[in-house]
Design a protein around this ligand. Structure first.
Ligand code: MN
Length: 738
């Protein structure tokens, strides 16, 4: 009991200590009224979190207090932000509502708390957002830029105390910090916070690398200090002589930036030459700071030779986030390049704390309104990505350890998918119908095939087609359970429907050739086509795998080779349509037979004397080969109904079918087998001669130039129509010139 009391007292003392530090940090920004509100918020937070503890065992209240301290001391914000920082977890984690906050602290604070609560909701579900979208979302979720700043402070404190979290959470939080928060801090000019977030992020994502560099930096410290002394000695002397008030610091670069250099340049720790920078901070009046900085530059370069490529004048043109400094790299003692940063103490504070510090130096306006001015400036920064935007996005070196990816719809909505998910998974994720009709996708405005594996941050637009249907091979590249089961069940349904249709077709066809549709025939057929079940047979008839030609083959076997006899007997030698001897009068017309439009020997029937142009059919006689009758021949009905299987399709075609060369430009989505399908349609189905075919594809999109030989425009139009039937084909155009 005694000990518990002591513990309690210690904790209370600690709370008061942090509280006082906050007030001290904000002393120049808060008046006595502000202090009352701050105390009120403090009391409420202490009360609301009274029975909560953090994972580390510490009282929960330490967290909002520390966040408020960061907000006041390291970012330089005022009373409103301190109050909001105290209360930032109250609505989410305790019984207090937003209305309570509104009533007790006013609308402004309530809105900030609301924004913070919303943001944390979004971030809990979505780790990695594309930089631009992330920025947009921050803007929509946070009318008040203080929301973002407090969120950064919140994250910084969570990173500082990450050690007590379980390992898997450490990894997630640290990755997210490197991915989102550190670049954001950078963008806002909060360099100190940015560096700390990066180092902490590295500490948990690559602990060995972090420890290794840290250790080596420590080992090198003595040497480094000596070197810096050696380097600065003459400079110090000269600056003193010239009457400068100054401070020279030799600061090692952050662990994270050293590790980046090692990675980028593929070098070891020892080989990174600029592991530290020398910073010369001069106490200079604002009106003289630029001239003084250049004077310092001049002194340094009197002693050390500068590298002209490495001079950066951020004083004449400050960075968008407010950073001002003069950078040069000079050849120091012992042949080492050394980066030197020259700046005034005002510039230094801006560099460390961001623009909050900058506005503090502005004259004239009241303190709170200066802060507002700064906050508006940050808003502008976020709203208008100027030249720095690229840099901002480049900083997003995604290093996620999550097994999820986050994908944007064209409208910017977010979808979560497992790693390895493809464009098709995404389509199903949006809506089953969209998945079923999915033809392809545009990822970041580039066409990709359905099987394209998505990456976090991709923005994906799905292209659908009413003609599209789920395909068996889709199962090879979807990973989500939803897509799999939808594809499977629609394959099953599809199969069933096709089988039923196939059964009807088969019934009709058998009836036509006078073969009874019964179990014996079905079994016969199944055996003939080497199929296991009648369902398989119906399915194959339905899909057209078993077509008339193959059914004829079956019939052929059944009827003892009648057809093959006819064919071998009457097929003409040589190729190409030719006017038969017996038909000299028909001039430019010639008869062709069957689906394949073959030219066979034939005789014209005496009963109806067909002439070119008549609708005709061929009848296979036993002794006289093919006899051609007119469709309206008096014998036609009898022949067709009694000997349907001996009827062969026939039609007149011009014998001098002129050959025209035509070039088609075909564009569409690539997939395996597309070329085969194209050539099948062109040469097998359409009997069109392909002279040349040239297909090139990039990233799932292909363009083909196909030169074909056609009879006339009708023929060509028909061909184009048939090619367009292929799902993946987006366009078929006739090219008029070579
Ligand atoms: Mn928090």
């Amino acid at each position: 009991m005694e000990q518990q009391k002591t513990q309690e007292e210690l904790e209370k003392r600690e709370m008061e200590r942090i509280y006082r530090a906050i007030l001290r940090a904000a002393a120049d920004k808060v008046n006595s009224d502000d202090k009352k509100v701050i105390r009120k918020a403090y009391n409420l937070a202490v009360d609301a979190h009274s029975d909560m503890r953090r994972k580390s065992g510490e009282p929960y209240i330490y967290h909002p207090l520390e966040v408020a301290l960061i907000v006041a001391k390291e970012i330089g914000l005022g009373a409103t932000s301190i109050v909001a920082a105290f209360l930032h977890d109250v609505v989410e984690d305790t019984d207090y509502t937003l209305e309570d906050i509104d009533r007790l602290f006013g609308e402004k604070v309530a809105r900030i708390i609301d924004g913070l609560t919303k943001i944390s909701g979004v971030f809990d579900q979505n780790i990695s957002l594309q930089a631009e979208n992330f920025r947009k979302m921050l803007l929509t979720l946070s009318e008040d830029v203080r929301v973002i700043l407090i969120k950064l402070a919140d994250r910084l404190h969570n990173m500082r105390t990450l050690g007590s979290m379980p390992a898997y959470k450490q990894l997630k939080i640290a990755s997210e910090t490197l991915y989102i928060y550190a670049p954001l801090a950078h963008r806002l000019g909060l360099y100190a916070i940015k560096s700390e977030l990066e180092d902490l992020g590295l500490k948990y994502t690559e602990p060995e690398v972090y420890r290794d560099i840290k250790l080596k930096l420590r080992e090198e410290k003595e040497e480094r200090v000596k070197y810096i002394q050696k380097f600065s000695a003459p400079i110090r002397k000269k600056l003193k002589e010239e009457g400068f008030e100054f401070d020279i610091k030799g600061r090692p670069k952050s662990i994270y930036s050293i590790r980046n250099k090692m990675k980028k340049q593929g070098v070891s720790f020892e080989e990174v030459y600029d592991k530290f920078a020398i910073r010369i901070i001069i106490n200079s009046e604002e009106s003289r700071e630029k001239a003084d900085s250049w004077r310092v530059y001049s002194i340094i370069t009197d002693y050390y030779r500068p590298n002209p490529d490495r001079l950066r004048d951020w004083i004449s043109t400050p960075r968008a986030n407010g950073y001002e400094s003069l950078h040069t790299t000079v050849m120091g003692p012992d042949g080492h390049w050394v980066e030197v940063q020259i700046r005034s103490s005002r510039m230094d504070e801006v560099a460390e704390k961001g623009l909050a510090a900058h506005w503090r130096y502005k004259e004239g306006s009241s303190k709170e309104s200066r802060l507002d001015e700064w906050i508006n400036r940050i808003r502008e920064l976020l709203e208008k990505p100027e030249q720095n935007a690229v840099e901002f996005i480049d900083d997003f070196k995604l290093n996620l350890f999550s097994d999820e990816i986050f994908i944007f719809t064209p409208k910017g909505d977010l979808k979560t998918l497992p790693v390895g998910a493809t464009a098709l998974d995404f389509a199903y994720e949006i809506h089953t119908e969209i998945g079923q009709k999915c033809l392809g996708a545009k990822v970041n405005a580039k066409l990709v095939p359905l099987s394209y594996q998505l990456k976090s941050g991709d923005q994906v637009e799905i292209i659908t087609s009413q003609k599209q249907k789920p395909k068996e091979d889709w199962l090879n590249f979807v990973v989500t359970a939803k897509a799999r089961s939808k594809i499977k069940s629609s394959m099953k349904e599809e199969r069933k429907a096709i089988s039923e249709e196939g059964k009807e077709i088969l019934q009709r066809k058998l009836k036509h050739i006078k073969i009874p549709f019964n179990d014996k025939t079905i079994n016969d057929l199944a055996r003939f086509f080497k199929l296991k079940t009648s369902q398989d047979l119906f399915y194959q008839v339905g899909t057209g795998v078993i077509d008339n030609k193959r059914l004829k083959a079956y019939m052929n076997e059944r009827s003892g080779g009648f057809y093959s006899y006819i064919k071998s007997k009457f097929t003409r030698k040589g190729s190409g349509p030719k006017v038969p001897e017996s038909d000299k009068d028909s001039k430019n017309q010639v008869l062709v037979f069957g689906d394949d439009e073959e030219t066979l020997d034939y005789k014209l029937a005496k009963c109806c004397n067909p002439i070119p142009g008549d609708n005709v059919f061929g009848f296979i006689t036993i002794n006289e080969g093919i006899k051609v009758h007119r469709v309206d021949c008096p014998n036609a009905v009898r022949l067709q109904s009694n000997y349907a299987y001996r009827i062969i399709k026939s039609r007149w075609v011009p014998s001098d079918r002129t050959n025209f060369v035509s070039i088609l430009v075909i564009k569409g989505f690539d997939r395996s087998g597309i070329v085969n399908e194209l050539t099948r349609i062109i040469s097998n189905d359409m009997k069109v001669n392909i002279k040349s075919i040239n297909i090139s594809g990039t990233d799932g999109y292909f363009e083909g130039i196909i030169t074909v030989v056609v009879y006339d425009k009708n023929h060509l139009d028909e061909l184009i129509e048939n090619i367009r039937e292929i799902e993946e084909i987006q366009s078929v155009e006739r090219k008029y010139k070579k």
